[in-house]
Design a protein around this ligand. Structure first.
Ligand code: PLP
Length: 435
């Protein structure tokens, strides 16, 4: 196939016979059956990305813990769990999702800067593989909780290597002014303390400098600092065996050129061989976006075309409550009609906006697209990561349903909530009720 890919890394999402398909299912069929807006994911694309990642480290002891926050649908987690993936979770809720999807606690890494005592206890009771600790306070609390439960907590300490990830500032996590990790200067003290705490089994060093990294340089600087720290700590007699490199490999939304998986694997091989000669180390990775980002689209229907004074607005039935990335990060998503216009209409600049009462509720401004018409079905591409998981019911809009496609089959893997469910958690204050 020589046609250019609609989305990088996802040949499953392509035009065939004049219509957009996800694997063997035509998008318009799903839209008709399930309604719009609807997220549609390709199981095949997700599995291939996972297998590619696993293959890059197949000759080394390495654990792949899928970062559940990128897309926490149970069917997505289960799809990866069946391939052997572990999970990286950042809350008890995500921990419960991973367990419910069949990933046992001993394949789960618990990350995050603000784990509560209850959450730490839950993780220990479910035989968590590793808690990535982010502060002295957390370390001491975890030790106490473990003692109370008569357990020992397997711990990696997340360090902050003070590296600019050169990504959007809201998803950069590895500069010293960010809230994440323990800075390198204080790290040796905390590791030494961890080694003495009775409830802690010190296992390793963890790092994660941000998401959607499109350059290798920041990884290289950060990983070198972390591996050097690891070596220094081992030289001081600390029993470290695990190196967790986090996630963060970017994907192509538009024209980015993220580091290739091969280059990434070579970098890690070089650093670990060069600096740790002979040391037995188990590697861990926490990819999220790389696995699912380009494996999904958000299908939405055009409601109105409205000529503004300076712009043509195409109002669609998806909104920022369904896909927040454009409003939150000024993110760019490719948008295509699911049925390309046969006619050779010249593209015109149109702004694709949602119904929410905020000017920020726009998926694209002044985007050159074939002239769109009411009723037309569009696909917002590269929406598999940080899409559905960030949805809300803002404006009391039921968030989009989710569908997983496998070959010629599709299944609704998350229903659009009913209005009863949306309103059902509210309670009338007693002094307002019964009138
Ligand atoms: C968000 C996150 C990840 C995953 O990041 P991606 O950019 O989706 O790969 C991995 N580890 C930690 C600690 C995270 O917070």
């Amino acid at each position: 196939m020589s046609a250019p890919l609609l989305q990088a890394d996802a040949p499953e999402i392509a035009y065939r016979e004049g219509e957009l398909h996800v694997e063997a299912v035509v998008v318009s069929r799903i839209a008709a059956a399930v309604g719009t807006p609807v997220y549609i994911y390709s199981a095949g694309a997700i599995e291939r990305q996972y297998r590619r990642f696993a293959a890059a480290f197949a000759d080394r002891p390495a654990r792949l813990c899928y970062s559940v926050k990128a897309n926490s649908n149970l069917s997505i987690i289960a799809t990866l769990g069946r391939l052997g993936a572990g999970a990286d979770v950042v809350s008890e809720g995500e921990f419960r999702r991973a367990l419910a999807a069949g990933i046992p606690g001993d394949r789960i890494v618990f990350s995050g800067v603000g784990k509560t005592e209850t959450e730490l206890a839950f993780a220990l009771e479910h035989d968590v593989y590793q808690v990535n600790v982010e502060s002295r306070g957390e370390l001491e609390l975890l030790s106490a909780v473990a003692r109370r439960l008569k357990r020992v907590a397997p711990v990696a300490i997340r360090v902050n290597p003070d590296v600019d990830a050169r990504t959007h500032h809201k998803i950069a996590t590895g500069k010293k002014e960010n809230k994440f990790g323990i800075d390198l200067a204080h790290a040796p003290d905390i590791f030494a303390e961890a080694a003495t705490l009775p409830g802690i089994a010190l296992k390793g060093v963890a790092v994660h400098i941000g998401s959607q990294l499109t350059a290798m340089g920041p990884f290289e600087i950060a990983f070198r600092r972390v591996v050097e720290l690891f070596r220094g700590l081992v030289a001081r007699g600390l029993p470290l065996q695990r190196l967790d490199f986090g996630g963060g490999i970017g994907i192509r939304y538009r024209d980015e050129t993220p580091p290739s998986l091969d280059d990434y694997a070579v970098l890690i091989r070089h650093l670990t061989e060069q600096l740790l000669d002979g040391l037995e180390v188990e590697l861990a990775f926490e990819p999220g976006r790389f696995i699912v980002g380009n494996a999904g689209v958000l299908a939405t229907r055009v409601l109105y075309v409205k000529e503004g004074v300076t712009r043509r607005f195409v109002v669609v039935d998806a909104a920022m409550n369904d896909l927040l990335r454009p409003a939150l990060y000024d993110a760019w998503h490719e948008i295509v009609p699911t049925k390309p216009h046969g006619r050779a209409e010249p593209p015109v600049k149109q702004s694709i906006v949602g119904p929410v009462c905020e000017t920020g509720d726009a998926f694209a401004l002044d985007r050159a697209l074939p002239p769109l018409a009411p009723g037309e079905l569009l696909a917002i591409l590269s929406a598999g990561a940080y899409g559905a998981v960030m949805s809300s019911s803002y404006n009391t809009r039921p968030p989009a349903a989710e569908v997983l496609v496998r070959g010629g089959d599709f299944a609704v893997v998350r229903e659009r909530p009913s209005y009863e469910a949306l309103l059902g958690l509210d309670r009338m204050a007693p002094w307002l009720a019964g009138r």
